[in-house]
Design a protein around this ligand. Structure first.
Ligand SMILES: Nc1ncnc2c1ncn2[C@@H]1O[C@H](COP(=O)(O)OP(=O)(O)OP(=O)(O)O)[C@@H](O)[C@H]1O
Length: 436
C-alpha cells in the first residue's frame, strides 16, 4: 500500500473533489491508520480495528467520489453497495455476505492487474511470437519470420487482420452459482477445472482481430500464463482483508427500527445482517475464507428523515467517525467545472478537439452554467453535482451533433449561448423535470 501522509492524501483528493474538507480529512486518517497498523508487531496488529466512517450529506456532493478516489490512491479494492438492495423481496439474510465476495472479485482483478505489470516485458515478447505465428505460421523459415518481425516492430502490419487463439474464460462452464446456496459454486468450479484438465488444458477460442488490437489481448493472455494464479489469489485475499474498502450507500434508508413495508426484509433485519460484517466475521468465498475484521466500512446517507441515532446501537458504535458533507453552492459548481482534474469542461474540450473543433468557455458561460445548476437543484430536485452533467449535455447538444461538419472552426460558448440553449428550459420547471 502506498504510504501517503494524511496531508498528502487530502491534497491528492483536492485534485478531484471540491471542498468537503472534513470528509477528506477523516478518510485520510483512516487510510494512514491502516499503514500504521501494518507497522505494528503481529499480536498488537490484530487488535487494532479500523475506525469506520459515517458520511452524512445530501446526494451528489462527493461522498462516493471521495471514497472511490481514496481507494484508487491506495491501490485498495473497493466496492459500493446500496443498503436498500437488501430490503427487497427475494433477499435472504446471508446475501449481505455477497458484498465481501464482490470485494474479493475486485481484489483479484486489481491484484492481477498489478502483477501483470511485473511480467509485462516477458509477456510482450511472447505475444510477439504468437502474432508472428498467426502471420507466417509456425513452420516459416527463420529469415521470413525475422523480416516479418521487423515489419511488425515498425508498425507496418498494425492494421492487418489475423486470427488468434486465446483462453476462453466465459461460456457455459464458467462458474455458475446454485440458487439459494451462496458460495456453492465452489464445487462447480472444481468440476470445471477437472473437465478442463481431462480435456487437456485450458479451453480456447478463436478471435479475429487486427495486429494492433491482438497485442492487448495476447499480452493479457500471456501475462496470465506467466503469473502464478495461486499467488494472485493469495495476495488478493490478503489485500481484501487488509486494504479493502466497502462503501454502503443509503444507510439512512434502513435506519428506522420498525419493520419494513410490504414483504421485503425489514430494515432492522438488514442492519442485523450487516452487523457481523462490520464487527468482524469470516465469510466463505470460492477462493477461500475472508476475515472482515480489518476491512474499512464507509457508510453514507442523507439522513433527512431518520437520524444516525435511529441505527441499531451496535451499528452506531461501529461507525464512530461522523462527518458531514455540505450541500454544494454556486461557487462550488464553478470550481467543479473548471478546477478539477478531468472536469466536465476539460472533457468536452478534449472530445471536440478530436473532431477538429476548438471549444472555448468564457467566464460568463461558466458562471451562468453554475447558476442554472443551482436554480434547477432548488426548483426541481437537488441532485448535487450530477446536475452539471445534464445541463452541460444539453448546452453542448448542438455542437456535439454537428461537430464533424465544423472541423477546423472555433466555437466560443459565452453566457448568451448558455442562456439561449438552457435558459428558458431551466425556468420551465415542468419541462426541466424531463430534460435537465
Ligand atoms: N465536491 C465535489 N467536487 C467535485 N465533483 C463532485 C463533488 N461532489 C460530487 N461530484 C461529482 O458528482 C458526481 C456524483 O457524486 P458522488 O457519487 O460522490 O455522490 P454522493 O455524494 O455519493 O451521492 P449518493 O449518495 O447519491 O451516491 C460524481 O461524478 C462526482 O465527481
Amino acid at each position: 500500500m502506498a504510504t501517503f501522509s494524511p496531508r498528502e492524501i487530502v491534497s491528492e483528493l483536492d485534485r478531484y473533489i471540491i471542498g468537503q474538507h472534513e470528509a477528506k480529512r477523516a478518510v485520510a486518517i483512516a487510510l494512514r491508520n491502516r499503514w500504521r497498523r501494518q507497522q505494528l508487531p503481529p499480536d498488537l496488529r490484530e487488535e487494532v480495528m479500523p475506525k469506520n466512517i459515517l458520511m452524512i450529506g445530501p446526494t451528489g456532493v462527493g461522498k462516493t467520489e471521495i471514497s472511490r478516489r481514496l481507494a484508487k490512491l491506495a491501490g485498495a479494492p473497493f466496492i459500493k453497495v446500496e443498503a436498500t438492495k437488501f430490503t427487497e423481496v427475494g433477499y435472504v439474510g446471508r446475501d449481505v455476505e455477497q458484498i465481501i465476495r464482490d470485494l474479493v472479485e475486485a481484489a483479484i482483478a486489481l491484484t492481477r492487474e498489478q502483477m501483470r505489470q511485473g511480467v509485462q516485458a516477458r509477456a510482450h515478447l511472447n505475444a510477439e511470437e504468437r502474432v508472428l505465428d498467426a502471420l507466417v505460421g509456425k513452420t516459416a523459415s527463420p529469415a521470413t519470420r525475422d523480416s516479418f518481425r521487423q515489419k511488425l516492430r515498425n508498425g507496418e502490419l498494425d492494421d492487418k487482420e489475423i486470427e488468434i487463439q486465446v483462453a476462453d474464460n466465459g461460456g457455459p462452464l464458467g462458474g455458475f452459482e446454485i440458487p439459494g446456496v451462496p458460495g456453492a459454486n465452489i464445487g462447480v468450479l472444481n468440476i470445471n477445472d477437472m473437465i478442463q484438465r481431462a480435456m487437456g488444458g485450458v479451453r480456447t477460442k478463436t478471435v479475429k482481430t487486427t495486429v494492433r488490437e491482438s497485442y492487448k489481448i495476447l499480452i493479457n493472455d500471456e501475462s496470465d500464463k506467466l503469473l502464478d494464479q495461486d499467488e494472485v489469489i493469495r495476495r488478493a485475499l490478503a489485500s481484501a482483508e487488509n486494504d479493502g474498502i466497502v462503501f454502503i450507500d443509503e444507510i439512512d434508508k434502513i435506519a428506522s427500527r420498525e419493520g419494513g413495508l410490504g414483504a421485503g426484509v425489514s430494515r432492522e433485519g438488514v442492519q442485523r445482517d450487516l452487523l457481523p460484517l462490520v464487527e468482524g466475521t469470516t465469510v466463505a468465498t470460492k477462493y477461500g475464507p475472508v476475515k472482515t475484521d480489518h476491512i474499512l466500512f464507509i457508510a453514507s446517507g442523507a439522513f433527512h428523515v431518520s437520524k444516525p441515532s435511529d441505527l441499531l446501537p451496535e451499528l452506531q458504535g461501529r461507525l464512530p467517525i461522523r462527518v458531514e458533507l455540505r450541500a454544494l453552492e454556486k461557487d462550488d459548481f464553478r470550481r467543479i467545472l473548471t478546477e478539477t482534474e478531468a472536469s466536465l469542461i476539460k472533457q468536452y474540450i478534449a472530445l471536440m478537439a478530436t473532431e477538429g473543433v476548438e471549444l472555448e468557455f468564457t467566464d460568463g458561460a461558466i458562471d451562468r452554467l453554475a447558476e442554472i445548476a443551482v436554480e434547477l437543484n432548488a426548483n426541481v430536485e437537488n441532485i448535487g453535482a450530477r446536475r452539471l452533467q445534464t445541463v452541460m449535455e444539453r448546452v453542448l447538444d448542438d455542437i456535439s451533433f454537428n461537430a464533424p461538419d465544423r472541423s477546423g472552426t472555433k466555437v466560443v460558448i459565452d453566457a448568451r449561448y448558455v442562456e439561449q440553449h438552457v435558459g428558458d428550459l431551466s425556468r420551465n420547471t415542468d419541462l426541466s423535470r424531463y430534460i435537465l
